[in-house]
Ligand binder design. Structure first.
Ligand code: SF4
Length: 325
């Protein structure tokens, strides 16, 4: 991949929550490239550091979170060095974010139309007529029925799936280069989840968009993401082309996540998930962070940290099982 095809370059991004002995490194030396027009998925359980990574990219962390190291290169500049005015100029404009919960992402006191037109006034300086036209067009792009009529609706008048479509329309309003979607379907029921994922897929084909999709569900990334990063305890433990990673996972944690995917039984019902035993804990070993939960663990895993190494072209993992030396 040549340098020209990289949209966003993340280097050694390290984010910590809390102070002193109680602090937790939520994202530890996270490094990856987002290529132009690709969808990159970041997958992991709750607490793996995937959302902390996403929020760090646009410096949207809560007050307890702090970026302590790293760079995020966009248009040849490190956006982590931007002042708040510079950041404001790219947030929701060149880089947009869609959050998990459509219920809390919209302002209940403003109409849908007002909320979509807001970034158009702010970033594109459109006049009212142009902004209205663009807002209707955006609602049509996200396949909201009766887009013109919905302009005057308030969020409480829409279903959860419709609200998420409006949020996606707002995120796309200024034709961003990068869209970061943090668990965009988690708060929705299964049928609506599938419709929203279908929408993302069709948008990706229609618009020249590079996308980071954050999810806990490896089932979601299949067919959606070109490449996938798997995070565990704040670290990337595996990365590779999505189909290869799903078909030939290199890290036992990825295998565990694959076994957690809901499966259809009898065409309709969903089989119970097989959970990975234990929970994510940090700093309890000098060796592999997955040691306490890994059914393939060996003695050396407890004391020696496995390096993150390429095993086949573009496919890397940190696990001693892949050590050929
Ligand atoms: Fe399991 Fe060892 Fe691999 Fe860690 S390094 S994932 S403990 S086998």
């Amino acid at each position: 991949m040549d340098k020209q095809s990289i949209e966003l370059k993340v280097e050694n991004l390290t984010t910590r929550f809390g102070e002193g002995l109680n602090s937790v490194t939520a994202a530890d030396k996270i490094t990856f490239d987002l290529h132009k027009e690709e969808t990159l998925a970041i997958v992991g359980e709750s607490g793996s550091g995937k959302s902390a990574t996403a929020l760090s990219l646009l410096r949207l962390l809560p007050p307890s979170g702090k970026i302590i190291d790293g760079s995020v290169w966009f248009e040849s500049k490190d956006i982590l060095t931007y002042n708040s005015e510079q950041l404001q100029s790219i947030r929701g404009n060149k880089i947009s974010m869609v959050f998990q919960d459509p219920m809390t992402s919209l302002n209940p006191t403003m109409t849908i139309g007002q909320q979509i037109m807001e970034p158009l006034f702010l970033h594109l300086k459109l006049d009212r007529k142009m902004a209205k036209q663009r807002a209707v067009e955006l609602l049509d792009i996200v396949k909201l029925p009766n887009p013109e009529g919905k302009m005057n609706s308030y969020p409480h008048q829409l279903s959860g799936g419709m609200k998420q479509r409006v949020i996606i329309a707002i995120a796309l309003a200024c034709s961003p280069k990068v869209l970061i979607a943090d668990e965009p379907t988690t708060a929705l029921d299964v049928l609506i989840q599938a419709q929203i994922l279908e929408l993302f897929d069709s948008l990706k084909k229609k618009i020249n968009l590079s996308m980071i999709l954050i999810t806990h569900d490896l089932g979601v990334v299949s067919g959606m993401a070109d490449r996938t990063l798997v995070m565990y305890a704040g670290e990337i433990v595996e990365s590779g082309p999505t189909q290869e990673l799903l078909n030939s996972p290199l890290h036992p944690y990825t295998v565990g996540l694959l076994n957690c995917r809901p499966r259809r039984v009898g065409g309709q019902k969903r089989k119970r998930l097989t959970e990975i035993p234990g929970t994510i804990s940090r700093n309890d070993t000098q060796g592999c962070s997955f040691y306490s939960r890994c059914s393939s663990a060996m003695d050396r895993c407890k004391t020696e940290k496995p390096p993150f190494e390429m095993v086949s072209p573009g496919h890397s993992a940190s696990c001693w099982l892949n050590d050929t030396n």
